[in-house]
Design a protein around this ligand. Structure first.
Ligand code: FAD
Length: 446
């Protein structure tokens, strides 16, 4: 017997139907179902969910962390893990970060290469946040199958966290004392005082209860494949963003990985993909075969995986990301940077801040939407400005001629390179970059 979508929108019916189905299954298969109770249930054990669970454990707060997958599992991604992740893990547990930095699946990365449509490039070192002396890099690159599993192994060390793999949550129901979550056939039910929805870009909870309707203009489809034998990387493993004219404001990326591997991919907003009937898979192959400098670098390279696609919900505006007894985190809250496509760092931040809000709510025994709104505020205080600036910079990037001109001038100016390098971490500098006058000054050589 199947539960249709109609039942999901009508919670009372769901409940009735549920009881009915449970009785049948109990009678026919002699199967039992469990009702678990917890302070916090986290749906999804990607970076947002796993990091939220670890911060809760640090505070001694019990939680249940569920994931539909069995770990280790892959996640389609560019595998670039930014300084935000480094600083959040540092805040969580310095030793954990030191352990991570030593893993052989991880490549330390010290900068970013930005290639303009005219193929001129600038190399911008990541600012050193005083961690390098401890052999902790300012950023790194690691296949998600390895990075996410590393976090899950940490999760398993904590008795405060009950980790349920292969548990897909598909329904929620408000009760007097909390929210009851359950899987499709009700074989598991979790009664939680607070729920963190952390189940990624395709989450059904983004819309209900979250109220977020995806806009194709701000939802990107990203494609990635692993290659072996790509030549010409920066000796300090810079991540590379190639702004090819046909893809602006999106980009083609090449991120080096250990063992001579590279993550190669491309992303474009779904509005243009469907309007112009763009085949993104062809775009990757076309770029490699026709852009002269890429052709040269891929001359001896070989694709060693399938090309895979997944959605990226980009940040487009401030909106509510919490409500009565729940918070949206990571991709469910649409927190991906609209210029860089960076989502792991923001997922980590939201996991940390959601755990802090859960602590406040439990202490005050207040789970109302009004009280939960402190979570939204904490997110926007931390990354709201950055996201806002990025969405303005995205507009400038659309113009290939202006992008080319600015890169041309920057290539020859150490001062400008330094300024752009700073802009990656200094919000005040980045703020200036969103003003057209800054680019005018660059062009005029001031
Ligand atoms: C092609 C591509 C390239 C990208 N490149 C980068 C990059 O280089 N750097 C970067 O920072 N970001 C990148 N991103 C974005 C990044 O992947 C996401 O922002 C990040 O994974 C979000 O983390 P999350 O924890 O919110 O969700 P996810 O990592 O998606 O984790 C969600 C988890 O929820 C589980 N789940 C799903 N549904 C359910 C359910 N119903 N019940 C229980 N569990 C469930 C899933 O199995 C998964 O484990 C890229 C994205 C794409 C698509």
């Amino acid at each position: 017997m199947k539960i249709s979508c109609g039942f999901l929108i009508q919670p009372v019916k769901v409940q009735l139907f549920f009881q009915f189905e449970i009785n049948i299954s109990l009678a026919s298969k002699n199967q039992s179902y469990s009702m678990k109770q917890t302070n916090v249930c986290i749906v999804g054990a990607g970076p947002a969910g796993a990091i939220a669970a670890l911060f809760l454990a640090k505070e001694g707060i019990n939680c249940i962390l569920t994931d539909k997958a069995k770990f280790p599992r892959d996640k389609i991604c560019g595998d670039g893990i930014s300084g935000w992740v480094v600083s959040i893990l540092y805040e969580l547990d310095k030793n954990l970060l030191l352990r991570l930095a030593k893993q052989s699946f991880l490549l330390h990365s010290y900068g970013i290469r930005i290639v303009a449509p005219n193929s001129k490039y600038i190399d911008l070192p990541f600012p050193d946040n005083n961690l390098i002396e401890n052999n902790i890099p300012p950023g790194f690159i690691a296949r998600r199958i390895d990075f996410d599993s590393f976090l899950i192994e940490e999760v398993k060390k904590h008795s405060e966290i009950e980790f349920l793999e292969e548990t897909e949550i598909s329904q929620y129901q408000y009760e007097n004392t909390g929210i009851v979550l359950s899987d499709k056939n009700g074989s598991i039910q979790i009664d939680a005082k607070i729920v963190l929805f952390a189940n990624g870009a395709n989450s059904m909870f983004m819309k209900d209860p979250g109220g977020i309707i995806k806009d194709k203009k701000y939802t990107m489809t990203g494609l990635k494949a692993y290659y072996k034998g790509v030549a010409g990387f920066h000796p300090q493993n810079y991540v590379e963003l190639h702004f090819l004219k046909k893809l602006l404001p999106c980009y083609f990326w090449i991120f080096p990985l250990p063992d001579g591997l590279a993550n190669v991919g491309v992303g474009l907003d779904q509005y243009r993909i469907s309007k112009k009937k763009i085949n993104l898979k062809e775009k990757i192959l076309e770029a490699i075969e026709t852009v002269p400098y890429l052709k040269e670098r891929f001359a001896n390279a070989e694709m060693v995986s399938k090309i895979q696609a997944y959605g990226l919900p980009l940040w487009d505006r401030k909106r509510r990301i919490s409500g009565d007894r729940y918070m949206l985190t990571g991709d469910v809250a649409s927190l991906i940077d609209p210029v860089t496509g960076e989502g792991i760092g923001h997922a980590a931040i939201s996991g940390m801040l959601a755990a802090r809000q859960a602590k406040r709510s439990l202490k005050a025994n207040n789970f109302t939407a009004d009280f939960m709104e402190q979570y939204d505020k904490s997110i926007y205080d931390k990354i709201g400005k950055e996201l806002n600036i990025s969405s303005k910079i995205a507009k400038f990037i659309k113009h290939a001629w202006l992008f080319n001109a600015v890169v041309n001038r920057t290539v020859n100016s150490k001062t400008l390179q330094h300024r752009l390098s700073l802009a990656m971490s200094d919000l005040e500098v980045r703020k200036r970059l969103k003003k057209p006058s800054v680019y005018l000054k660059v062009l005029l050589g001031r």
